[in-house]
Design a protein around this ligand. Structure first.
Ligand code: HEM
Length: 424
């Protein structure tokens, strides 16, 4: 057990909650006042939180057999046997099946498709209008992930699946159910069913024209790997849903944060425009993406259940407790990062200067993100294309980090978009 909080820490946490409009504020206060190990003191919800390279390495690598993924919450109910939340051999089997289409060697083959999907979305913009880059990024990311993993063009289906996808994300986001486990949740049954029906249709369609599809495409997509492995429709649905959400909600948040940061730092945007126009591969773009992932990691926390008592420098966490490793706090630890709260892409310009496991936007160890290389390549390709074709002017409101299924810039990233001269 941990010590009760001092009244001063409690008050500082409340002030931070109000100021930052997000639990990230109080988490930072706890980190400052208590250290790299603490317990969240909410009645009915008292998870342990650890951060920093040493503790993160324990959870992800050296003592990983002492933790499991499966907690009892809407994420695990909804994704059921999805690769993200199962453990042991079952996990390893699904993961192996899904790795080939995301292998770095396959990424170059997706570039042209990624560009086309970005162009499709921007072709709908009126010159000079203001768009929400949180919404536009989601469209692009969704089109890309569905095409890559399931060879499914969802453009015409967006009106049918858009709202159900947002409801699915809302369903698995933190909320009152954290404290009141069985709280009634209205308005989800129908949209979640629409999404399930949609995925089952894709599976059925593919099963029907399996051989024909294989001949046409030459290579196997993720869906085909799952079908060829002999999995049931239900288990395939679990993997598809997991990959669809994990594979696009994260990229959406990343792209949206990059735009929010560029909006707040127009001098970086100007420099970036110059680089994407004159260089084949902009180094600054890489650094901006990395810095965005440091400041606003889309997955800001990793969720585990303790299977065997763990010890963090003399602090014990008993079996069955919930444990979070905080990516966000690790990325903002002032003892590791100079000017930790500042946007400073140049910090990545000369290779890594911080210790291993201090920069973990994709987690680490055997359960590190399966889509890490894909997600980074996608962000590079999409950002390059958008900056080559448009200029983006922030319309000036403040955004805050909203803790949903991912960390999102809310209320959105409103930007005036202008088509660049000479772009057909
Ligand atoms: C910017 C983009 C992305 C970020 C920041 C991100 C972040 C992460 C993080 C931090 C984890 C580890 C979570 C933990 O330890 O609990 C993770 C796992 C995972 N991610 Fe990503 N991700 C991104 C893109 C993707 C993409 C594109 C896909 C799929 C195509 C994907 C699929 C997954 C899956 C399936 C896991 C679970 C892996 C396992 O448990 O074996 N992610 N991701």
């Amino acid at each position: 057990m941990t010590q009760p909080l001092s009244p001063e820490t409690g008050r500082a946490a409340m002030r931070a909650l109000i100021k930052e409009k997000s639990p990230l504020g109080p988490l930072k206060v706890m980190a400052q006042h208590v250290g790299r190990f603490f317990q969240i003191p909410i009645p009915g919800f008292r998870p342990y939180v650890v951060f920093g390279p040493e503790f993160v390495r324990k959870v992800l690598v050296t003592e990983r057999e002492k933790v499991t993924w499966r907690n009892t919450d809407p994420v695990t109910d909804y994704l059921d046997r999805g690769v993200l939340i199962v453990d042991g051999e079952e996990h390893d089997r699904y993961r192996k099946l899904m790795e080939p289409p995301l292998h770095p060697a396959r990424l170059a083959g997706y570039t042209q498709m990624m560009i086309s999907q970005a162009d499709r979305v921007t072709s709908q913009w009126q010159n000079g209008e203001t768009v929400d880059m949180l919404v536009e990024s989601r469209k692009i990311a969704l089109l890309i992930i569905m095409q890559t993993l399931f060879s499914k063009d969802v453009w015409d289906d967006l009106p049918r699946i858009w709202n159900p996808i947002l409801k699915a994300i809302e369903y698995i986001s933190p909320g009152g159910w954290i404290i009141w486990r069985n709280m009634p949740r209205f308005g989800f049954r129908k949209p979640l069913k629409v999404l399930d029906d949609y995925l089952f249709e894709i599976i059925e369609e593919r099963r029907k024209k399996k051989d024909e599809w294989k001949v046409e495409s030459g290579t196997s997509d993720l869906l085909q790997h799952l079908i060829d492995a002999g999995l049931t429709d239900k288990v395939i649905r679990d993997q598809m849903l997991t990959m669809m959400i994990a594979g696009h909600d994260t990229s959406t948040a990343l792209l949206a944060w990059v735009f929010a940061l560029l909006g707040q730092h127009p001098e970086t945007q100007t420099q970036l425009l110059h680089e994407v126009d004159t260089q084949e591969k902009s180094a600054l773009l890489d650094h901006v993406i990395k810095e965005s992932l440091r400041l606003y990691p889309p997955i800001h926390i990793g969720n585990r259940r303790i299977a065997e008592e763990m010890d963090f420098d003399g602090n014990k966490v008993p079996k069955n407790e919930r444990l979070f490793y905080s990516i966000y706090l690790t990325h903002r630890d002032p003892s590791i990062w100079e000017n930790a709260e500042d946007f400073c892409p140049e910090r990545f310009a000369h290779g890594r200067k911080t210790p291993p496991m201090s920069y973990i936007p994709f987690g680490g160890g055997p359960r590190a993100c399966i889509g890490a290389a894909f997600g980074q390549a996608e962000a590079r390709v999409v950002m390059t294309r958008l900056l080559q074709t448009h200029t983006f002017e922030f319309t000036g409101h403040k955004v805050h980090a909203h803790m949903g299924a991912t960390l999102e810039p809310r209320p959105g990233v409103m930007m005036k978009v202008m088509r660049r001269a000479g772009i057909s």
